[in-house]
Design a protein. Structure first.
Lengths: 296, 305
C-alpha cells in the first residue's frame, strides 16, 4: 500500500499522558506471564488455594449454622471471617499463604519481565517513545505489583465479598469494613515491596538462575534463619530479618490490632527497615536504568 | 522538521562518544556513515533522546531531543535485534503505538497501517521468535513510523535484508521522504546508502569528517589516494606505461603483481582500461587494496589532506 494511501493523518484527538501510556507495559508484562505454561502451573497452585477457600466458605454458609458455629467450622479449616483481636484475620492469613505462590512466580518472572530488557538491550525501544526512564520504571513496578495483587489482594477481597453474599446479609460488609481495608493495606505493602525488590534485582542479575537463587534466599532462607535465631536467642527482634514477617507487621499497622505494645514497636521497626531497603533499591534501580547506555 | 546538533559532545566516562559535532539534518534522506565505533550509534541515541549531550544541544525542530514533546515527532529503529520473542509482530507494533499515548483503537489502526506499509500485515500474527531477520527489520521499521513522525532515525535498517527486500525498503523510505519527512539512516556500508541518500554525513572517531550532497562527498573521495593491485601477464610493460601517467604516484612490482598508488582514483580506473585495450595487454585482476570504509575515513579525517 503506498504510504499516501495509508490514511496517515495528523492525530485529531489528544494523546494520553506518558504515565497512562505505561499501562501498555503492564499489559505486555501480564501477557508474558500468562503465555508461559510453567507460570500457569504456579498460578494453578494459587488458584487451587483460592478455590479451596471459596468452596469452604460456600459449603459452610450453605449449611446455615448459627454465626458462632459457622465461625468455628471455618476456623477448623484455618480460616476466620471475623476480625481477630491481636491476630491477623482469615483474609490476611489467606494472603500470607498465597505469598508462597507469589514468591515462586516472581522468582521465575523477574528474568522475563525485567531482566531480558537489560540483557537483550531492548530498553531503547521504550526510551525512544514518549516515555522516559521514570515511566519505564513505574510501568515495570506496576506490572509486578499487578501480578502480586492478582494473586493476593484480589482473591482475598473476592472471599470477603463471597462470605457477605452467602450469609445473605449486608451487615457483614458494613460491620467489618476494616477487614477489606486491612487486606488492601497489606496487599499494597506486598505489591510495593516485592515489586521494588524484584525489579531492582532483575535489572542487575538479569538471568533466571541468579534471580531465582537470590529471591529464594531472601524469602526462604531468611525466614528459616529468623526462626532458628529467635528460638536460640529468645530475642524477638530477630523477627525483623524475615521479609514476610516485616511485610505482615507493616500491613497490620494500617488498622490491625497488636497483641502487645512490643508487637507494635516491632511493626514500626519493620516499617523503617522496609522503607530503607525499598528506598535503597529504588535508588539502585534508577542508577541501573540511567547507566544502561554507558559503555564499560 | 530539522534535526540539529549544535556543538554536541558526549562522554562515556573517559571515552568520548562524539566530539563537538554540529550539523543540521534537513528533510529528505541523509546517510550517516561511519566505521564500527565511529560514533554513529551515539549520535543516533542523542538524536533519539536516549542520551543527553554533556555539552551542546540536540534539537528536534525547536525542542530538546529528550523532551516528551520532541519524541512525539520522532521515530526510531534501533540496530538491536531483540524483542519480546513471545509477542507477535502485530502486538509489538501495537504496544509501541500505545507507548506514544494513542488510545487503543487508534493504536490498533495505526499498527495495521504501519504493518501494511512494510508488507507485513499478513505475516504479523507470527511470533517474533519465528520471524526471519528481514521480517524483524520490517517490523522494527513499522514500529518506528507507526505514529507518522516528522523525523525518522534508522540505525542500520538494511543490514541482513536481501536485495529484493532492500529495494522495497528503499522505495518505502523514498516515499516517506517525499512527504517532507527527515530521515537519518546510519550504515557502515557506503554503497548501501549511496543509492538512497540525498546527502551524506561521514563520522569518524566521534567527529563529522565530511558532509554534503552525495556528489560533494564523492568529489572529496575522488581525490583520495588509493593503492591498486593489478595482475597482468605483462607487469613490466604495464608498469612502464603507468609510470608516465601524471596521476600515478608510484609503481612497484611484487611477485608479478603491480602495486600502483594513484592520487586520483576517479581518473585512474578509466585510464587503465584504456591502456589495456590500446596495448592489448591481458588483465586478470584489478583490486583496490585500501578501499574499505576505514581507509576512507582515515583519509577524510587526515588534517590538510
Amino acid at each position: 500500500m503506498p504510504i499516501d494511501n495509508a490514511h496517515y493523518h495528523g492525530w485529531q484527538g489528544s494523546l494520553r499522558s506518558p504515565w497512562l501510556a505505561t499501562l501498555a507495559l503492564v499489559r505486555v508484562a501480564l501477557l508474558q506471564v500468562l503465555r508461559r505454561k510453567l507460570y500457569w502451573i504456579v498460578l494453578a497452585l494459587g488458584l487451587a488455594q483460592f478455590f479451596l477457600y471459596w468452596s469452604i466458605i460456600y459449603a459452610v454458609t450453605q449449611l446455615d449454622p448459627p454465626p458462632a458455629a459457622r465461625e468455628r467450622m471455618l476456623e477448623a479449616f484455618g480460616f476466620s471471617a471475623q476480625p481477630q483481636p491481636g491476630r491477623p484475620s482469615g483474609y490476611i492469613l489467606f494472603m500470607e499463604r498465597q505469598s508462597v505462590v507469589v514468591m515462586i512466580l516472581l522468582a521465575f518472572s523477574g528474568s522475563v519481565l525485567v531482566g531480558s530488557d537489560f540483557r537483550l538491550g531492548s530498553l531503547p525501544f521504550y526510551l525512544s517513545r514518549r516515555i522516559d526512564r521514570r515511566h519505564y520504571i513505574a510501568g515495570k513496578l506496576l506490572a509486578i505489583g499487578a501480578v502480586v495483587s492478582l494473586l493476593t489482594t484480589v482473591p482475598a477481597l473476592m472471599l470477603f465479598i463471597e462470605y457477605g453474599m452467602f450469609t445473605s446479609s449486608t451487615d457483614y460488609w458494613i460491620d467489618n469494613w476494616r477487614l477489606p481495608v486491612e487486606v488492601i493495606a497489606y496487599g499494597a505493602v506486598l505489591a510495593a515491596t516485592l515489586s521494588v525488590l524484584l525489579v531492582t534485582l532483575s535489572a542487575y542479575l538479569q538471568r533466571l538462575a541468579p534471580i531465582a537463587i537470590t529471591w529464594s534466599s531472601l524469602f526462604v532462607l531468611l525466614p528459616l534463619l529468623r526462626s532458628a535465631l529467635v528460638r536460640e536467642t529468645h530475642n524477638r527482634y530477630w523477627n525483623l530479618i524475615d521479609p514476610w514477617r516485616d511485610m505482615s507487621l507493616v500491613g497490620r499497622l494500617a488498622f490491625g490490632d497488636f497483641d502487645s505494645p512490643f508487637e507494635r514497636r516491632l511493626a514500626l521497626w519493620a516499617l523503617a527497615i522496609l522503607s530503607a531497603i525499598s528506598a535503597a533499591m529504588l535508588v539502585a534501580l534508577v542508577r541501573r536504568v540511567r547507566s544502561v547506555d554507558v559503555v564499560e | 522538521m530539522d534535526l540539529v546538533l549544535d556543538h554536541a559532545t558526549k562522554f562515556y566516562g573517559p571515552v568520548i562518544g562524539i566530539n563537538n559535532v554540529s550539523c543540521r539534518v534537513a528533510p529528505g534522506i541523509t546517510g550517516l556513515l561511519g566505521a564500527n565505533g565511529a560514533g554513529k550509534s551515539t549520535l543516533i541515541k542523542l538524536a533519539s533522546g536516549q542520551l543527553r549531550p554533556d555539552q551542546g544541544r540536540v534539537l528536534i525542530g525547536r525542542r530538546r531531543a529528550w523532551s516528551t514533546a520532541a519524541k512525539r515527532h520522532l521515530g526510531y529503529s534501533p540496530d538491536l535485534d531483540s524483542f519480546y520473542e513471545d509477542m507477535t509482530g502485530r502486538e509489538f507494533v501495537y504496544t509501541m503505538a500505545c507507548l506514544y499515548g494513542y488510545p487503543r483503537s487508534e493504536a490498533r489502526r495505526r499498527a495495521e497501517e504501519a504493518l501494511a506499509e512494510v508488507g507485513m500485515r499478513e505475516r504479523a500474527s507470527r511470533r517474533l521468535a519465528g520471524c526471519s531477520h528481514g521480517m524483524r527489520q520490517r517490523i522494527k521499521l513499522a514500529q518506528a513510523f507507526v505514529h507518522d513522525p516528522d523525523v525518522l532515525l534508522l540505525d542500520e535498517p538494511l543490514s541482513g535484508i536481501d536485495p529484493g527486500g532492500r529495494r522495497e525498503i528503499n522505495e518505502l523510505l523514498r516515499r516517506f521522504a517525499a512527504r517532507g519527512k527527515t530521515i537519518l539512516l546510519s550504515s557502515h556500508i557506503l554503497v548501501e546508502v549511496e543509492n538512497l541518500a540525498d546527502s551524506i554525513l561521514m563520522i569518524a572517531r566521534g567527529r563529522i569528517v565530511a558532509s554534503g550532497t552525495l556528489a560533494e562527498v564523492r568529489g572529496l573521495l575522488e581525490d583520495r589516494p588509493l593503492t591498486v593491485e593489478i595482475e597482468t601477464g605483462q607487469a613490466r610493460r604495464l608498469a612502464s606505461l603507468l609510470a608516465e601517467v601524471s596521476d600515478v604516484r608510484s609503481v612497484r612490482i611484487v611477485d608479478e603483481t603491480l602495486r600502483v598508488e594513484t592520487r586520483n582514483p576517479g581518473r585512474f580506473f578509466p585510464l587503465v582500461g584504456q591502456l589495456v585495450l590500446e596495448h592489448n595487454l591481458p588483465l586478470r585482476r584489478m583490486q583496490a587494496v585500501d578501499a574499505g570504509i576505514d581507509a576512507v575515513f582515515n583519509y577524510l579525517e587526515r588534517p590538510g589532506r
